[in-house]
Write a protein that binds this ligand. Structure first.
Ligand SMILES: Cc1ncc(COP(=O)(O)O)c(C=O)c1O
Length: 357
């Protein structure tokens, strides 16, 4: 049966919010009026066919690639869908990390893939491990899918690890799709897109999570030029024409990207410091410590997770993402980078709820 919905998305859209909303994954919205742009600079329609040239150039420059390798898409969401729809067909064997972002799996199941999982084990701190890929890869494997930074844990995979997985993919003629929507939250020595590691790599990303610009829906795929051209053609069946005002705004954003990232960085780093303090003082939860990223996954040490999450919401007005959406039923995910006061209060409320588990 092909999947035609996402349980996580339904939850996120209808139940994710609360007074103290820690069910987030990206940084808070960048204020539109702080973008150096006037309404006169915007146009309803423009010269956008297979990409809007100034935006293609801006994305390419940021990623260190040729514009021919860039396929623009509505957020990383559409970038993932388009890339997968290009790379696989019904019945194709696809390996995907477990735990992972639910939409990746749901989209694969919608496309009719034969999905197999490889583990990122909790014991290893959710590390990406080529040995786990080696255990499940076969000559039929067409695609390997992973996130870097990892959602939900924010764990960073090393270049060596990615290269090893690339080698495994190459040995069976498969591609590796790396969703890098959180990668720019590595604020020091930010890794280059893994597209640079070899022609088997296809990368997706956007300006949404790390920059607080979700509403612009500026996403992209990096792929070899022939593949990129084919994806543009496929995109005609999905999205066809993008919103041109958003393309124009995105070009302005790329000219101011460092400033926009720095603004978010301050909030994310303040929240991470609070989180580390919280984790050090709590017996009731455990979590791998990470240096970067806007999300963290916490394990409830004892008690019923369902009762805990219900009480957290009803008695403490605090929302977190239930771990079941990542295949981690005893966990919950929290998000950093929106509002440090809200984050502090949310953590305190989690702490109070933990006392009575
Ligand atoms: C791993 C991952 N990829 C993609 C997305 C969606 O990103 P976008 O808002 O750019 O479509 C999310 C959102 O939570 C995500 O966690």
């Amino acid at each position: 049966m092909r999947r035609r919905h996402s349980d996580y998305m339904l939850w996120a859209k209808t139940q994710g919010r609360a007074r103290f909303n820690l069910a987030t994954s990206g940084v808070g919205s960048f204020p539109l009026n702080e973008l150096p742009v006037s309404i006169e600079q915007l146009k309803i329609d423009g010269d956008s066919t297979y990409g809007y040239a100034p935006l293609q150039r801006a994305i390419a420059k940021k990623c260190g690639v040729d514009p021919d390798c860039v396929v623009a898409a509505a957020g990383t969401s559409m970038a993932n869908h388009l890339a997968m729809a290009m790379l696989i067909g019904p019945g194709d064997e696809v390996l995907i990390e477990q735990p992972t972002y639910e939409l990746l799996t749901s989209t694969l199941l919608y496309l009719g893939a034969a999905v197999k999982h490889f583990a990122r084990t909790e014991e290893s701190g959710f590390a990406l491990d080529p040995a786990q890929v080696r255990r499940v890869i076969t000559r039929k494997t067409k695609l390997i899918v992973l996130t870097n930074l990892h959602n939900p844990s924010s764990v960073l995979a090393s270049e060596t690890t990615l290269r090893e997985i690339g080698g495994l993919a190459r040995s069976v003629g498969a591609h590796v799709l790396v969703d890098e929507v959180y990668l720019d939250a590595v604020y020091t020595d930010t890794p280059k897109p893994s597209y640079h590691l070899g022609s088997e790599f296809v990368v997706t990303s956007s300006l949404t999570k790390v920059y607080g610009l979700s509403g612009l829906r500026c996403g992209w795929i990096l792929a070899e030029p022939d593949l990129a051209r084919a994806m543009w053609r496929l995109n005609d069946l999905f999205a066809s024409i993008p919103a041109h005002p958003a393309e124009l705004l995105s070009v302005v954003v790329f000219e101011n990207l460092d400033h926009i990232r720095e603004r978010a960085r301050k909030i994310v780093e303040a929240d991470r410091a609070q989180l580390q303090e919280f984790l050090s003082s709590q017996q009731g939860v455990s979590s791998p410590r990470t240096d970067f990223g806007t999300t963290a996954i916490l394990r409830l040490a004892h008690g019923s997770i369902d009762d805990f999450l219900t009480r957290l919401r009803t008695e403490y007005e605090t929302s977190v993402v239930p771990g079941k959406f990542f295949g981690l039923p005893n966990h919950f995910r929290i998000g950093m980078g929106v509002d440090s006061e809200m984050f502090r209060e949310g953590l305190q409320r989690i702490g109070r709820a933990l006392k009575t588990v």
